[in-house]
Design a protein around this ligand. Structure first.
Ligand SMILES: [Zn+2]
Length: 259
């Protein structure tokens, strides 16, 4: 006669309860790990070129990216990109975690960079659609001259600029006028420190509405960087004044960036 515990284990196994429990635990662990992480989506297309064709190739790539940006609602940030080899640069017009699409010259090649860092799992529909559509159009345009490297073989940037490499430091508005105070801004270099305003909820709640272009120290992640000691940004004198007044009126336990 079998021992009772063996019989019980046998019955549980046969009825699928153990398998079900294991599957449920696995799914729970997967969901926690997937939903609790930020995701970095990055994709490159590399086109082999040479001096005789680089001008024509550049024009073709610029046209393809311009079409894609228009179709997907990206805005043109080329004028604000700090990368000297930038051909064109587009980004989503959102405050946080914009998808970006850029092209540049690099070591006898032309490189197209698709980038999206966001606080969720996987890839967004927009990212997947752009990736597929670009792959199709670039394949038609460049055939065997097109290469899609694995991330370990990505063509790097000459120096680290910001998270997507193009070094955009000027966020909207693009006309240099503060959208809160409606005064002209000037480009200045200000201090920057690691972190994000979302971890100072009171400050983060008013930053973008009351003094988005202040000239004091900024958090790096608010400006699209992971790490940066200094950034060049548009500074509004009225935002700086409002920023100082807000911190004087809120002597909370937290200290402002840079202190
Ligand atoms: Zn302002």
């Amino acid at each position: 006669m079998p021992r009772p515990e063996i019989t019980l284990r046998f019955i549980l196994w046969r009825t699928g309860l153990i398998q079900g429990l294991c599957a449920a635990l696995f799914c729970a662990a997967f969901l926690v790990s997937a939903c609790g992480c930020d995701t970095l989506n990055q994709h490159q297309f590399v086109i082999r070129t040479e001096p005789a064709t680089i001008e024509a190739d550049t024009a073709v790539i610029a046209d393809i990216l311009c079409d894609e940006a228009e179709a997907r609602g990206l805005v043109d940030g080329t004028a604000d990109a700090q990368l000297p080899t930038c051909i064109c640069y587009y980004l989503e017009p959102v405050k946080y975690f914009p998808l970006t699409l850029g092209a540049r010259t690099a070591e006898g090649s032309l490189v197209v960079d698709l980038y999206h860092f966001h606080p969720g799992p996987g890839s967004t529909f927009k990212y997947i659609a752009i990736k597929r559509h670009l792959a199709s159009r670039l394949r038609v345009a460049f055939a065997e001259r097109l290469r899609v490297p694995r991330w370990k073989e990505f063509v790097g940037f000459p120096e680290s600029r910001n998270m997507d490499g193009y070094g955009l430091t000027n966020k909207p508005p693009w006309d240099g006028i503060c959208e809160v105070h409606h005064v002209a801004m000037s480009v200045q270099e200000v201090d920057c420190q690691q972190g994000a305003s979302v971890y100072l909820p009171d400050y983060g709640a008013v930053l973008h509405d009351q003094f988005p272009h202040h000239g004091r120290a900024h958090f790096a992640e608010d400006r699209g960087y992971l790490y940066a000691r200094h950034i060049r940004i548009y500074v509004c004198p009225d935002c700086t004044k409002a920023y100082d007044e807000w911190w004087n009126a809120h002597p909370v336990n937290s200290t402002p960036p840079g202190d």
